[in-house]
Design a protein around this ligand. Structure first.
Ligand code: MG
Length: 397
C-alpha cells in the first residue's frame, strides 16, 4: 500500500479497476461531457482566425544568416463558446523558423479546422494531435497553443501568471546590443544603463577580435551590468575557450555564454560544460523536451533557453520540470515578437518563478506597438499585476 499522497491513492484505485469519482465527473472517459451545473469548465472552441501581423523595426535586426527589416508574423485569435477570446502569435524569422508568413497562415488555418468544435479544456489531446498533423510547422503550433491557453485562462478569469503558479507578477528583462561598431555599443550600453537595465546581451560569433572590442566598449558604457554573450552557433571549441581566456585576462568575463557551438556538436558542448569556467546555455540545441532530457542526462549545458516559438506551451512546461528536477538553470527568450507573444512568455516566467535569465526585449526594438492592453513596461520591468485574465493583450480586429 502507498502510505501517502493523492497521486498514489488514485493510481491504486485505477489498478483496482475502480474509477476515481472526482476525475470521472470532471473529465469523463471519452467524447464530450456535459459541464457541471452552472459551470462551463471546458468551453467549446467556436472560431479561430489567423491574420498577418506586420510591424516595422526601429533598425534592421541582424543575426548570423538572417536580416529582418520588418516583422511579418502571424496573429491567432481563438474564440470560445462562453465569449472568451485568446490571442497567440507565430513569429517568422527567415532561416530560423521553418515557416514563412504564407505557410504559417496556412498551417494556422489547418489547425483551426482541426480544433473548431472541440473542448478547449482538453488541451493535452488537442496539442498532441496537432503535433501529429502539422509536424513541419512547430512555430505555428506554438502560436495556436498560446491562443488556446490564453483563451482558457480568460474563460476561467485568471491571469496567466496565476495559472502558471503565481510565483510573481513581474519580470525584469535584459536588452540586446546588436553586432555593431564598438563606439555604438558603448553609447547603447550607457543609454540602457540610464534606462535602468541591469543585464545586457550582445551577439558574438562573427569576428573574435571585433567581439572582444565590443564587449570592452559595453563594459565601459555600463560597468556594473551582467553580460550575456550569444554566439548563435558561431564558434568552435578552441575559439570559445580562446575568447573566454582573453575576456578573463581583461576582467570582461560574461555572466552567461549562449549557444557557442553548432547545435549538433554535443561532444563539444560536453567539453565546454567542464572547461568553459562560465555557465553555458543551450538555445538552438534545445528545441523540445526530448532535447532537454538529453542535455540534463549528459550534462550538455548549464542553462536551457526556452522559447515558446521553438517548443510550444505544453513542452515548455515539460522542459521547466526537467530543468528543475536536474539542477539546470533556465532562460526564457523569443524570436522577434510583439507584446502578444512576449506577454505570454512574461506570464510564464513570472508565474513559474523558474527563470534566472529573462530575454524578452524584442518589443522594445519595434517602431510601433500594435498590442492593446497586456503588460506595462517601465524600462526593463514588465508589470503584470493589473492583468485580470489571460495575458491581457489583444489586437484591434
Ligand atoms: Mg540565442
Amino acid at each position: 500500500m502507498t502510505s501517502s499522497g493523492g497521486y498514489h491513492a488514485r493510481k491504486s484505485n485505477a489498478a483496482d479497476g475502480k474509477k476515481d469519482p472526482q476525475i470521472h465527473n470532471a473529465i469523463g472517459e471519452t467524447g464530450h461531457q456535459a459541464p457541471a451545473a452552472g459551470k462551463l469548465l471546458l468551453p467549446e472552441i467556436t472560431h479561430i482566425e489567423a491574420r498577418a501581423l506586420n510591424a516595422s523595426l526601429k533598425a534592421p535586426f541582424t543575426i548570423a544568416g538572417a536580416r529582418l527589416d520588418t516583422v511579418r508574423n502571424v496573429a491567432v485569435r481563438l474564440d470560445l463558446a462562453d465569449g472568451s477570446s485568446g490571442w497567440g502569435e507565430i513569429p517568422i524569422l527567415p532561416t530560423v523558423t521553418p515557416e514563412d508568413q504564407p505557410t504559417a497562415l496556412e498551417a494556422a488555418r489547418q489547425a483551426a479546422r482541426a480544433w473548431t468544435g472541440r473542448d478547449a479544456g482538453r488541451w493535452r489531446p488537442l496539442v498532441e494531435e496537432l503535433a501529429d498533423s502539422l509536424p513541419a510547422a512547430p512555430t505555428a503550433r506554438a502560436g495556436m497553443e498560446m491562443a488556446l491557453f490564453d483563451a482558457l485562462a480568460r474563460s476561467w478569469n485568471i491571469p496567466l501568471f496565476a495559472y502558471f503558479g503565481g510565483a510573481a507578477d513581474r519580470v525584469v528583462t535584459d536588452i540586446t546590443i546588436p553586432i555593431c561598431a564598438a563606439e555604438e555599443a558603448r553609447r547603447l550600453a550607457a543609454e540602457y544603463r540610464g534606462r535602468g537595465f541591469v543585464t545586457l546581451k550582445t551577439k558574438v560569433g562573427a569576428d573574435v577580435d571585433a567581439d572582444v572590442e565590443r564587449i570592452k566598449a559595453i563594459r565601459e558604457g555600463h560597468p556594473t551590468s551582467d553580460l550575456i554573450l550569444d554566439a548563435n552557433e558561431g564558434y568552435d571549441v578552441p575559439q570559445t575557450l580562446e575568447v573566454l581566456r582573453t575576456l578573463r585576462r581583461k576582467a570582461l568575463e560574461p555572466a552567461l555564454l549562449e549557444q557557442p557551438l553548432p547545435r549538433e556538436d554535443w561532444d563539444g558542448q560536453a567539453r565546454l560544460v567542464r572547461e568553459a569556467g562560465v555557465p553555458v546555455a543551450a538555445d538552438e540545441s534545445c528545441r523540445s523536451s526530448a532535447d532537454a532530457a538529453r542535455i540534463a542526462r549528459d550534462r550538455l549545458a548549464h542553462v536551457i533557453n526556452i522559447k515558446l516559438a521553438k517548443c510550444g506551451v505544453a513542452q515548455a512546461l515539460e522542459i521547466i520540470a526537467i530543468a528543475r528536477g536536474s539542477g539546470l538553470g533556465l532562460m526564457i527568450g523569443g524570436m522577434v515578437e510583439t507584446r502578444l507573444a512576449m506577454g505570454f512568455s512574461a506570464h510564464l516566467a513570472a508565474g513559474s518563478g523558474a527563470f534566472r535569465w529573462i530575454d524578452l526585449d524584442t518589443p522594445l526594438l519595434l517602431a510601433e506597438d500594435p498590442v492593446l492592453g497586456g503588460y506595462d513596461a517601465d524600462g526593463p520591468r514588465y508589470r503584470l499585476g493589473h492583468v485580470t485574465a489571460g495575458h491581457g493583450g489583444e489586437l484591434a480586429w
